[in-house]
Design a binder for this molecule. Structure first.
Ligand SMILES: Cc1ncc(COP(=O)(O)O)c(C=O)c1O
Length: 408
């Protein structure tokens, strides 16, 4: 991998230094990533040099916008190993999952099997679909080590299961799920598999063919890209099971006063003017990550996670959630310091070391209830984070623990 120092040079926000001289340490990458100047420049270039709409006009500028947009799609499709026509642009992971939840041609009595470790974005759409379409939602549990209980999932999936919806990596536990095994269980029972890849696509190599999933969702803003752009992979043929929940311009090939014919894939799911600048920016992000190599990104994050776990284990009264083995988790660690609220830990890390970590429920309220905690602190890493930054984290936490921690 390129040296971390040279990578850091590409991220303007990392140049921020506080009045007390402390540089920003950004450990909230699971919420959103920072953006390299290559992405910022690609977006700026689109607005400065093109700015036209896509798929509408014959004049040169519009053709150019269409080319930029479709080239972006082809590039991002290659990044996850699918065909361009299988890649739908959406706003974010949340919109991708909602598109499926409201679009599937459900039959009353169909079942969705999900897990208790999901982000609300992969939970509430199914709850609302259950209310609306009279389908049933069931949840597989987790084991004490924070891994998915595959046996309970296998028992829940059956003849009535229409769809299995799981995260590839948990945004709280960090657990990486064995998606291939889950795909076998789903497909043996004739069900579709939807993968929420919000926390995996930015951090490790992804191949939808290897995962053997039917649908996969991720957000651009967590993957060095702009906000407001994300992707839904729809395996060829699966589009017939999903009716576009949004309708308007750009998604039909023929319209009568009382009838319409849908466009081909993927445009049938992209009603209205799309986020062209977002797609262009996300393609630049994919170029950036590809030039570094996703294997290298993953290895770098594994080292950081291993060190973060070591540091947390050294400190009295720290409870860590999720599997301890860095092979089985993505680059984030959630924890609590006994006797100190998560918000206070996060506020003190910010105040004393200029470290940005997230505290709270991380859009996973049921999971926190199952863990038996009111909230947690989450440190999440990316390719520009360093072991030196983790030393500041260690220093900050030790001090907080010494001053406020309870040791019973
Ligand atoms: C696992 C997981 N799924 C879904 C989402 C939702 O992503 P977005 O807010 O970009 O739609 C997140 C965001 O944190 C996440 O971590």
């Amino acid at each position: 991998m390129r040296s971390v120092e040279s990578i850091r040079e590409d991220f303007p926000v990392l140049k921020r230094v506080r009045r007390d001289g402390k540089p920003l340490i950004y450990f909230d990458n699971a919420a959103t990533s920072l953006k390299p100047r290559q992405v910022i420049e690609a977006v700026k270039r689109y607005y400065e040099e093109c700015s036209a709409n896509v798929h509408r006009a014959v004049y040169e500028l519009s053709q150019e916008a269409t080319d930029l947009y479709e080239e972006a799609r082809a590039k991002i499709a290659r990044f996850i190993g699918c065909k361009p026509e299988e890649l739908v642009f959406v706003k974010n992971t949340t919109e991708a999952i909602n598109l499926v939840a409201y679009g599937i041609r459900w039959s009353a009595g169909d079942e969705v099997v999900s897990t208790v470790m999901e982000h609300h974005s992969n939970m509430i759409p199914w709850q609302i679909a259950a209310e609306r379409f009279r389908i049933r939602l069931r949840y597989a549990g987790i084991r004490p080590d924070g891994t998915l209980d595959l046996e309970s999932l296998s028992e829940l999936v059956g003849r009535r299961t229409r769809l299995v919806a799981v995260c590839h990596a948990s945004n709280v536990l960090g657990t990486i799920n064995d998606v291939r095994r889950i795909a076998e269980v789903a497909h043996e029972n004739g069900a579709l598999l939807l993968v929420d890849a919000a926390q995996s696509a930015p951090h490790m190599p992804i191949s939808v063919k290897d995962l053997d999933c039917d649908l996969l969702a991720f957000s651009g803003h967590k993957l060095l890209g702009p906000t407001g752009i994300g992707c839904l992979y729809v395996r060829e043929g699966v589009e017939e099971e999903v009716k576009p929940p949004f309708a308007g311009g750009g998604m039909i090939s023929r319209v009568e006063l009382h009838g319409y014919k849908l466009s081909d894939m993927p445009w049938r799911f992209e009603a209205g003017t799309p986020n062209v600048a977002g797609a262009v920016g996300l393609a630049a992000a994919v170029d950036y990550l590809t030039s570094i190599g996703m294997e290298s990104v993953r290895e770098h994050e594994k080292r950081l996670t291993e060190r973060a776990i070591e540091i947390l284990r050294e400190i009295d009264g720290v409870e860590i959630y999720g599997p301890m083995d860095p092979e089985r988790r993505c680059g984030l660690v959630s924890f609590n310091l006994r006797g100190v609220s998560g918000d206070l830990v996060a506020a003190l890390l910010d105040e004393r070391e200029n470290i940005a970590v997230r505290s709270g429920l991380h859009c996973a309220q049921p999971l926190h209830r199952i863990l038996g905690v009111q909230s947690s602190v989450r440190a999440s890493f990316y390719l520009y984070n360093t072991l030196d930054e983790l030393e500041a984290f260690r220093r900050g936490l030790k001090r907080i623990s010494g001053e406020l921690g309870r040791r019973d």
